[in-house]
Design a protein around this ligand. Structure first.
Ligand code: DAH
Length: 362
C-alpha cells in the first residue's frame, strides 16, 4: 500500500514534467499512450484495484482517478498552448519589415540597342522594315549583283536549306531560283533593300533590323548568328556627303558623345563606290587592344552608293526627269558590334550565352 502511494506521488511529478517538456502534439499523444493507453501505467493501477482490500481500494482508487484527471487537464492546457503558438505564427505580420523584392526581368542588351537604333533613325524620317530570315538565293545574292559562281558568294557562305517552298509561296514571292531549292538562311539584311524597292518608289528611307547567319567558326568577335541593321536612302540627289552627315548624327546620338569615324574604300558587289565605316575603338580609347586588333579602329559597317544593277533587279521605275536616275546609299551595321562598343564588351559570344551574371548588368 505504501509502495503504491509513493508511486502515485512520483508518478504525478513525472507526468507533470513530461507534459511540460512536450514540444508538439505528437509527443503529447505518446505521453497519453504511456500513461492512459491500454497498457498505460495509470490504466494498470486502476485495473489492479479490484485485488486490493476495500478500504485501500477506495483510497488508491480516488487518488489514481485524480491523477488521471490531472493528466487529462494538463494535456488539454498544453494542447491549447500549441494551437495558440501556431495560430500566432500564421497571423503575425510585421508591418515594419522590409517588403519582399520581386525579381523583375528586363530586355536583352541587344534588344535595348536595337530599340535605341530604331528610335534614332525614326526621328530622322526612316521607317523600320523587316524581311524573312529564310531567304531565297535570288534576293540574298543574284538581286544584289552577286551572280551564281561569283567569288563574292564565298564571302557570305551560309546554311543552305533543304526545305522546298510550296508552289503558291513561290509565286507570291516572285522568286527566281538559281538552284533547285534556292533557300538559305540570309547572310545579311541587304536583300530587304530589293524586297522593299519592289513595292515602293523613291523617295525612300528605311532601316532593317534583323538576324543574319554565317557559316563561321566562332571566336571573341565572330558568331554564326548575329544582328544587323540595314539602312537605305534613295532619292533624286543623294550623295556620300548625305551618308556621312546622317551616320555622324547617328553615332553622336547613339554613343551620347562625339565619336571619331572614318570611311575607307572597300568592295561590295551591290554598291559602287563602297566603303567600310570604322570608329575609334571605345574599349581601349584608340590605344590598341585585342578587340580592335591593336589598330585603334573598329569596323562598324559596310556601306556605299547603291549599284544600278540593284535598282534594276528591284524593277524600280526609272526617274522621270533626271537623266542621272535615282541615287541612293546603303549601309549594313553589325548590331552586336554597336552593343559591344556601347557597353565595352570584349566577347561577342556573351550575348547569346544565357549567362545571367552577364545579362543582369544591363
Ligand atoms: N551586307 C553587307 C555585309 O553583311 C554589309 C553592307 C555593305 C550592307 C554595304 C550595305 C552596303 O547595305 O551598302 O557584310
Amino acid at each position: 500500500m505504501k509502495m503504491v502511494k509513493i508511486n502515485l506521488k512520483t508518478l504525478k511529478n513525472r507526468v507533470q514534467k513530461e507534459v511540460e517538456k512536450a514540444l508538439d502534439l505528437k509527443e503529447l499523444d505518446e505521453i497519453f499512450k504511456k500513461y492512459l493507453g491500454k497498457r498505460g501505467e495509470i490504466t494498470r493501477i486502476l485495473r489492479s484495484l479490484e485485488k486490493l482490500p476495500k478500504a485501500k481500494r477506495v483510497k488508491i482508487g480516488r487518488e489514481a482517478n485524480e491523477l488521471k484527471n490531472f493528466l487529462r487537464e494538463k494535456m488539454e492546457q498544453k494542447k491549447s498552448s500549441f494551437v495558440k503558438t501556431t495560430e500566432d505564427k500564421e497571423e503575425w505580420l510585421d508591418i515594419t519589415a522590409p517588403g519582399q523584392k520581386l525579381a523583375l526581368g528586363h530586355l536583352h542588351p541587344l534588344t535595348q540597342v536595337q530599340r535605341k537604333v530604331e528610335e534614332i533613325f525614326q526621328t530622322m524620317g526612316f521607317s523600320v522594315v523587316e524581311g524573312p530570315d529564310m531567304e531565297t538565293e535570288w534576293y540574298n545574292f543574284d538581286a544584289l549583283n552577286i551572280p551564281k559562281d561569283h567569288p563574292a558568294r564565298d564571302l557570305w557562305d551560309t546554311f543552305y536549306l533543304k526545305t522546298e517552298l510550296p508552289k503558291e509561296a513561290k509565286v507570291k514571292m516572285k522568286t527566281k531560283f538559281s538552284s533547285p531549292n534556292g533557300l538559305l538562311l540570309r547572310t545579311h539584311t541587304s536583300p530587304v533593300q530589293v524586297r522593299y524597292m519592289e513595292s515602293h518608289q523613291p523617295p525612300l528611307r528605311i532601316i532593317v533590323p534583323g538576324n543574319v547567319y554565317r557559316h563561321e567558326a566562332t571566336d571573341a568577335s565572330h558568331e554564326f548568328q548575329l544582328y544587323q541593321v540595314e539602312g537605305l536612302m534613295v532619292d533624286e540627289k543623294v550623295s556620300v556627303a548625305n551618308f556621312k552627315a546622317i551616320i555622324g548624327e547617328f553615332f553622336w546620338r547613339f554613343f551620347g558623345k562625339d565619336i571619331k569615324f572614318r570611311l575607307r574604300p572597300d568592295y561590295f558587289p551591290f554598291t559602287e563606290p563602297s566603303f567600310d565605316v570604322s570608329i575609334t575603338c571605345l574599349v581601349c580609347g584608340g590605344k590598341g587592344c585585342p578587340v580592335c586588333k591593336e589598330s585603334g579602329w573598329v569596323e562598324m559597317a559596310g556601306a556605299g552608293m547603291v549599284h544600278p544593277n540593284v535598282f534594276k533587279a528591284a524593277k524600280l521605275i526609272p526617274h522621270q526627269r533626271s537623266s542621272l536616275g535615282w541615287q541612293g546609299w546603303a549601309f549594313g551595321f553589325g548590331l552586336d558590334r554597336l552593343a559591344m562598343m556601347k557597353y565595352k564588351i570584349n566577347d561577342v559570344r556573351l550575348f547569346r550565352s544565357g549567362d545571367l551574371r552577364f545579362l543582369q548588368q544591363f
